[in-house]
Design a binder for this molecule. Structure first.
Ligand code: UT7
Length: 330
C-alpha cells in the first residue's frame, strides 16, 4: 500500500498597501482615542488600499508573484490557486479566476473560499488535500482581504480593527517527513448573529434602502465575539496538541489570528506557550481577516528553520475556527 505524500509549504509571499491608517487618523474620524485602541486591541495602525479602482486581486497579485520569484517558478507552473476571502473583487467571477489571468497562470484552475478569519486555515487544508490525493503538485493558497471596502468608517466598534493585506503560500509534495500536519477545523453557523455583513447577498440584495441603512458594512457584537474567540481558539489549540501528544515546549511558534492582542495573549497562556514564541504583528496591520496568518508567515519566514513546529490557530465570522500543525520544511 502506498502512503499519501506529505505536503510542504515551499515559499511564502505577502503584500500590504502603502497607505497607513493610524489611531491618530481614526481619532479625527470617530469618537475614539489612541490609548483605548492600543490597550483594548493592541493595534497602532493598519494598511489601507486607498486608490479607487483597486480591489482584493490587487493585493493578491504581488503576493503570488513574490512567491513565484522566491521559488523560481513561472506562474504557468501553478496548477490550482485558492483565494480565501470575504471581499472578492466581484460576487462572481472569483478573485482566483481574475488573478490567474493577470499573472499568466494559464494552466491553473482555482476558486474563492469563504471562511472569514479562518479562511486561510480552511484553504490550507483544501489545498493540501489536492496534493495528498495525487491530483496536483503545485497549489497556491492565499488569504486576502480588502476589509476597507466593507468597513463603516462611522462605526467605532469596527473601523478601528480592520486593515487590508494578502499572504500566499506555495504547497508542494515532499518526502522530507516535514510539512502540513494534523488539522482541526470547526464551524457553527448559529454565530451569524454576532458578526456579518447583512446586505449584498441573496437574502438581502443591495437596494437604496440597504445602502441607506448601512447594511452593506460589517456589523460585529464585539464583546460577544471576544468571548467565543477566547474560548474557541484555546480549546481547539489544546485539543490539537492533546491528540498529537504535544507539550507546549514542542511548539516552536504559535501563529494566532490577529484579531485582538488580548485574545492572542489568552490563547498563548492557555496553550502554555510564552509570548516570545508567538507571532504578533497586529500593531502594524490590524485584523486583515483571511490574511493575518499568511502575513505572519511572510514576516517570520527569514527566521524560520527547517523542522520548526508551528501551530496556526484562528477564529472568525460564521463562526469558523480551527488549528493546524506545520513542520516547517525549509
Ligand atoms: O476577527 C474576527 C473575530 N473578531 C474578534 O475576534 C473581535 C473580538 N472582539 C474584540 O476584539 C473586542 O470586543 C473589541 C476590540 C471589538 C471591543 O473591545 P471591548 O473591550 O470588548 O469593548 P466593548 O465593546 O465591551 O466596549 C467597552 C466600552 C463601551 O463603552 P461603555 O458602554 O462601557 O460606556 C463602548 O462603547 O468601550 C466603548 N467603545 C469604544 N471607546 C473608544 C467601543 N469602541 C470604542 C472605540 N473607542 N473605538
Amino acid at each position: 500500500m502506498t502512503s499519501q505524500p506529505r505536503v510542504a509549504i515551499t515559499a511564502v509571499g505577502g503584500y500590504v498597501p502603502e497607505t497607513r491608517l493610524t489611531n491618530q487618523d481614526l481619532e479625527k474620524m470617530v469618537d475614539t482615542q489612541d490609548e483605548w485602541i492600543r490597550t483594548r486591541t493592541g493595534i497602532r495602525e493598519r494598511r489601507i488600499l486607498k486608490e479607487t479602482g483597486k480591489a482584493t486581486s490587487d493585493l493578491v497579485v504581488p503576493a503570488v508573484l513574490e512567491l513565484c520569484k522566491k521559488r523560481g517558478i513561472a506562474p504557468s507552473e501553478i496548477e490550482c490557486l485558492i483565494v480565501a476571502t470575504v471581499t472578492g473583487d466581484y460576487p462572481f467571477p472569483s478573485t482566483a479566476n481574475l488573478v490567474c489571468d493577470r499573472i499568466g497562470a494559464k494552466n491553473a484552475w482555482g476558486y474563492d473560499l469563504s471562511g472569514a478569519c479562518s479562511g486561510f486555515l480552511y484553504a490550507l487544508t483544501s489545498g493540501a488535500a489536492l496534493i495528498e490525493s495525487g491530483r496536483h503538485k503545485k497549489v497556491v493558497v492565499v488569504g486576502a482581504d480588502k476589509m476597507s471596502s466593507i468597513i463603516d468608517y462611522q462605526d467605532r466598534n469596527t473601523c478601528i480593527i480592520f486593515g487590508d493585506g494578502a499572504g500566499a503560500v506555495l504547497l508542494e509534495p515532499t518526502d522530507s517527513g516535514l510539512g502540513i500536519g494534523d488539522s482541526l477545523l470547526k464551524s457553527d453557523g448559529s454565530g451569524v448573529k454576532y458578526l456579518r455583513t447583512e446586505a449584498g447577498g441573496s437574502l438581502l440584495p443591495p437596494s437604496l434602502e440597504t445602502v441607506q441603512a448601512r447594511q452593506h458594512f460589517v456589523k460585529q457584537e464585539g464583546a460577544a465575539v471576544y468571548k467565543f474567540a477566547v474560548k474557541g481558539m484555546a480549546e481547539v489549540a489544546l485539543e490539537l496538541m492533546e491528540r498529537n501528544r504535544l507539550k507546549p515546549e514542542d511548539i516552536t511558534w504559535l501563529v494566532p489570528h490577529q484579531a485582538n492582542i488580548r485574545i492572542i495573549e489568552s490563547t498563548a497562556e492557555r496553550a502554555g506557550i510564552p509570548m516570545d514564541r508567538v507571532m504578533v504583528n497586529i500593531e502594524k496591520f490590524g485584523n486583515t481577516t483571511a490574511a493575518t496568518l499568511p502575513l505572519c508567515l511572510w514576516e517570520w519566514e527569514p527566521r524560520l528553520k527547517k523542522g520548526d513546529r508551528l501551530m496556526l490557530v484562528a477564529f472568525g465570522g460564521g463562526f469558523t475556527w480551527g488549528a493546524t500543525l506545520i513542520d516547517w520544511a525549509y
